[in-house]
Design a protein. Structure first.
Length: 506
């Protein structure tokens, strides 16, 4: 057989083999198929951070520290401007803001990869103002944009864009001390003004009970205009929005009242009693009262949170060492419910400067700034309040004299973060056992702390800053030598507040 015949035989054999394979493929022979099966389980929890701004010294930049919720570890740090005096984060938890001693406003991302190059700066504009802008008394950053209470000419300044910058100034009544509203978008926000009676403006720190009555100026978001000037009580210091944006509450430190504003009508929550569609008599409440603990004559509300789960307002009464738990529920028609205004007063530690409530409405935690003498440790405490029985469950000692306490949930249990302005340690409390889990050392004493995942109990408190002075609690505790270079003075005294916030006396 020659070579040509051999090649012909090979080709024929290959054709037969290919036909056999093709025929076999058309039959019922088993062909294995690999289908991957992905593991099942609960959805991944969103990443959550605690954000701390600290101040190493007056001559060095402030430091932003990002702390992981899950592991209580420091993920990132970056300098954010000289001498920050005001700090908050926005309603989304994505951006942080500080006001610095050089008049700049810092904007930085709340991220585990935060770096100095990501920090941007802007300044207040003096265009059209009667005087150069003073450092803002407070800042408020909802889900979009950022507001500042600018004391330079009694303006509310608005910042937006990317990077954010000054856009316009809305004139308000003298003197704006804070601005607040829902953390999400809303029809209007409210500027709280104290209408100070003297150029120094120290009445609400020196003697809140004799200070002037204030006002809440409604700012329409669509037009940047004032739509209403609503009277409030003496020395208003803080504002809280319900999460549904139907009520706005103003804390008046001077006369132990809380002004209730119907945000839907943009008026005081006042009306002639009437019978609603279900036959219930509706009574409106333009003002609510809070009470001090036994032995105190003045309550002095300075801070509060709205709890969406229970429709309650939880208020820290600094001058009266108490917490007020107030029913602010509405009926199905948006009117005050029959139980609206029902109030429970719970005595807590000395000088509660702030309070936070867990999202499920089970417990509240207070930052007692001046409990050092009572517990013999020289430090402050955190009181844990049962919001169902209205009793104190326990009191935990913390490092320093706490001014800020915030909470969040991101797993089967929550965490409470406690910051003291005279300490570089952040205290972390686990809410499943209500014990101090750990402390984290940051660089310099802590100015303030916020959480990136919003606590569902709060309508806006995580997005509103709190500057010492103007009736708000200052950072200096009532303890001799507890803060370098100070003597024993009330923490709300004009001298101490001015030392931390010079613009208060300008």
């Amino acid at each position: 057989m020659n070579s040509g015949q051999a090649r012909m035989r090979l080709v024929q054999a290959g054709s037969v083999l290919a036909a056999a394979v093709l025929f076999a493929g058309c039959g019922s022979a088993y062909r294995p198929v690999v289908t991957p099966i992905n593991p099942s389980g609960p959805a991944q929890q969103p990443q959550s951070f605690a954000v701390v701004v600290s101040v190493p010294s007056s001559s060095t930049p402030g430091i932003a520290t990002i702390i992981d919720y899950a592991g209580d570890t420091v993920l990132a740090q970056a300098p954010i401007g000289p001498g920050p005096s005001v700090f908050t984060i926005d309603g989304t938890g994505f951006d942080g803001y500080t006001v610095n001693s050089d008049g700049t406003i810092s904007n930085f991302p709340v991220s585990s990869s935060l770096q100095e190059k990501q920090v941007t700066y802007t300044s207040l504009s003096s265009s059209g103002q009667a005087a150069p802008p003073h450092p803002p008394a407070n800042i408020f950053s909802p889900s979009f944009g950022m507001w500042t209470a600018d004391q330079g000419g009694s303006y509310i300044d608005y910042f937006s864009g990317s990077p954010e910058g000054f856009k316009l100034a809305v004139p308000v009544t003298a003197t704006p001390v804070t601005i607040a509203g829902p953390a999400s978008s809303a029809q209007r926000d409210y500027a709280i003004v104290q209408k100070k009676a003297s150029p120094t403006g120290v009445e609400c720190n020196q003697s809140p009970t004799t200070g002037p009555a204030g006002e809440a100026d409604a700012i329409e978001i669509a037009t940047f205009t004032i739509s209403a000037e609503i009277p409030v009580g003496k020395c208003p210091v803080f504002g809280i929005s319900s999460s549904d944006a139907k009520r706005f509450f103003v804390l008046n430190r001077g006369d132990d009242t809380i002004t209730v504003i119907n945000s839907q009508n943009n008026t005081l929550d006042a009306c002639t009693p009437f019978v609603n569609q279900t036959g219930q008599t509706v009574t409106c409440h333009p003002s609510l009262s809070v009470s001090p603990a036994p032995g105190f004559t003045h309550a002095g509300p300075v801070y509060g949170e709205y709890n969406a789960a229970t429709n309650q307002l939880i208020v820290a009464n600094y001058d009266g060492s108490s917490v007020s738990v107030i029913d602010v529920s509405l009926d199905q028609f948006g009117n005050d419910s029959p139980t609206f205004g029902t109030t429970f007063t719970i005595p807590v530690g000395a000088k509660p400067a702030s309070v936070t409530a867990l999202a499920d409405g089970s417990r509240a935690y207070t930052a007692n700034q001046s409990d050092g003498t009572a517990n013999g440790t020289g430090n402050g405490t955190v009181t844990i309040v049962n919001l169902s029985s209205h009793t104190v469950e326990k009191t935990l000692p913390v490092i320093g004299h706490p001014r800020t306490v915030v909470s969040t949930e991101n797993s089967e249990y929550g965490k409470v973060y406690v910051a003291s302005p005279d300490s570089p340690y952040l205290t972390i409390i686990r809410t499943d056992q209500d014990i101090v889990d750990t402390t984290i050392l940051v660089e310099g004493n802590i100015l303030d702390v916020r959480v990136s995942t919003q606590n569902a109990s709060s309508g806006n408190s995580n997005a509103v800053s709190r500057t010492p002075g103007f009736g708000q609690v200052c950072n200096l505790p009532d303890v001799t030598g507890a803060y370098p270079g100070t003597t024993a003075q009330p923490s709300s005294s004009p001298a101490n507040c001015a030392a931390q916030n010079p613009s208060m006396l300008q």
